[in-house]
Write a protein that binds this ligand. Sequence first.
Ligand code: PBG
Length: 332
Amino acid sequence: MIAEYPIARPRRLRRNQLLRDLVAETIIDVRKLIMPIFVKEGIASPEEIESMPGQYRWPLNDSLIKFIEECYEKDIRSFIIFGIPSRKDPLGSEAFSQDGIVQRCVKTLREVFDDKILIITDLCLCQYTDHGHCGILKVGRRGVYVDNDDTLKIYAKIAIAQAEAGADIVAPSGMMDGQVRAIREALDSAGYDDVLIMSYSVKYASSFYGPFREAAYSAPKIGDRKTYQMDPRNAYEALKEVELDLREGADIIMVKPALAYLDVIRLVKEKFPQVPLAAYNVSGEYSMVKAAARLGWIDEKMVMMEILTAIFRAGADMVITYHAREVAEVLR
Ligand code: PBG
């Protein structure tokens, strides 16, 4: 005889909001959100980014300070800074010059906010080079290519300039081999051994970056980024990239984009549960939500929260998202 059990009632756990909250596996906390900031040289007032409604290119003045204060009041504590220089050249010199826009921005924010906020700096060349690539271009026996090791020397200079300005965390996003090691060595030898590296370890060659490139004028003028960013068809290759970055000294690793790569976030979290994992909810993911909401096709706030929940549920410990301020408002 098979014993008779009462029929299972999973619905008991869903009866009301209090029960659902009690048993929820995933809770979003504002302290886990990182707000991206675009700071542009040579403008006097904020410019709204057409393809990213609600996002701005900020001048380095009181308007930016006020915006960050508003975010602070909503409990956002972490910001990642992207610079838009007024001058580009083949080497991306403005990325490491002492009075480059990011360096000046970080210095100012540090003076105003002291240690009340975490300042992360994107470390790359694409906004700063006239050709728009994330590294130095050279001509070799097979034609034009992005030179890995010469680029590393420039990344090392950028890291030092950003640390000197007062960055807490530098975030290399150029996908050059050995970039974490080059940056770690540079930081340590310049006395910045307390500056963390958040590596864009697993960054795909994604079309979801379209609106960002419009926002930051950083699209490559020739070719594409497929010789350095990862092929979207590969998941297990992510484990190799992460392993190398960890050996080279990365403190925090990242998967980017987030929404179309939830499987990769889960895979990396399961294989490296001991390492803090960031995910980047990128520009195209943001713009799609905004566009559909404008057309009245989705409930914007609900979809936004569901996407963020999915990224955390997949295994991210922190999320870079343009929605940060709106999420903070919903959570209040
Ligand atoms: C710079 C960089 C990019 C993004 C972050 N850092 C653009 C790119 O790789 O082309 C994209 C962010 C976004 O789409 O929100 N290398």
